[in-house]
Design a protein around this ligand. Sequence first.
Ligand SMILES: NC(=O)c1ccc[n+]([C@@H]2O[C@H](COP(=O)([O-])OP(=O)(O)OC[C@H]3O[C@@H](n4cnc5c(N)ncnc54)[C@H](OP(=O)(O)O)[C@@H]3O)[C@@H](O)[C@H]2O)c1
Length: 335
Amino acid sequence: MPISTYDDAMRRARELAERGPRTGENPQVGCVLVDDHGTIVAEGWHRGAGTTHAEVDALSKVDSAKGLTAVVTLEPCNHTGRTGPCSKALIDAGIARVVYSLDDPGDESSGGAESLRAAGVDVVSGVLSGEGYQLVERWLTANRLKRPWVTAKWGSSLDGRTAASDGTSQWITSAESRTFVHLLRSQHDTIAIGTGTAIADNPSLTARTADGNLFPNQPLAVVIGDTPLPSGSGLWGHPRGVLQESGALADILERLYNIGIRSLFLEGGPRLMNSFIREGLVDEYVVCLAPMLLGGEHTATGDLGIPTLTAARKLSVTHTEVMGGTLVITAREAH
Ligand SMILES: NC(=O)c1ccc[n+]([C@@H]2O[C@H](COP(=O)([O-])OP(=O)(O)OC[C@H]3O[C@@H](n4cnc5c(N)ncnc54)[C@H](OP(=O)(O)O)[C@@H]3O)[C@@H](O)[C@H]2O)c1
């Protein structure tokens, strides 16, 4: 049977996966059960750490799964965490075939395909693997590097200035692009800023909709630096809490990873941004460019330690969009 037979079912599984949270320790996973005619008879998805896995969610929606095919965006897990191994649940339910997109790279959770094959289940891997990779790229990267995925964001004039000469900076970018930034905040586990920004701007670091309401998912606020956060800082009232961290950035990221943080939204200021970039700790850039020129010294980044053009940090653009006149560019580091 050609591998493409399952493309439509896999696309649906991916749609279901996207209903789950983008944040937290677990990846987004979707699963559909299909019969011999290729008809989807049950759907499931994972709703976050500690909840039922996508495969078990789909299995719970049929009286009997005997002889069915399970189409899953990620290799079924093989380990007993807070929930049992999905490979065993699929075997026990009498699933005849498992089709998945990507191998699970987890130290403990991988090996599901092997268990399934050993139990006589037909296993097909690599279906729409490019899309499957995109779905869980942050999670894969965080697990591989043992640090959160880092998205760095700044807003600037077309000539790369984040403030005018007198320091005024609110607002350079459009309201529409700022609404988009709030959505991105809600899709990360943490927002990080330096003490300089925390003290100068007294930001709330919450993720809010255009009408000012809080998104259901609020990222943890992280302030990096030794200077104590003033007692009057609005961050003390942050709905998810505020954490102050100092020391080497790589160590801070490792500590955050160890408490379950898998993604970090870095919002500056320029000095902290500079250090993250210099140390190769940024995975994705979201740069909001407003149609104005400011000139002066308030550049988005300072000296990145790049002596000559051939040493430039090369990025690839993954998305561009004009939002209320502000050009929002998303670009990736290649690593
Ligand atoms: N347009 C924008 O997108 C945007 C975004 C953010 C901020 N801003 C503006 O930027 C200004 C503040 O920027 P800033 O550069 O002065 O402050 P910053 O980058 O927010 O904070 C710098 C401070 O972070 C601490 N830090 C800890 N580890 C660091 C490391 N590895 N590298 C660098 N700093 C580290 C240090 O403070 P300690 O001495 O406490 O350790 C350092 O002084 C504000 O005026 C704000 O309005 C603009």
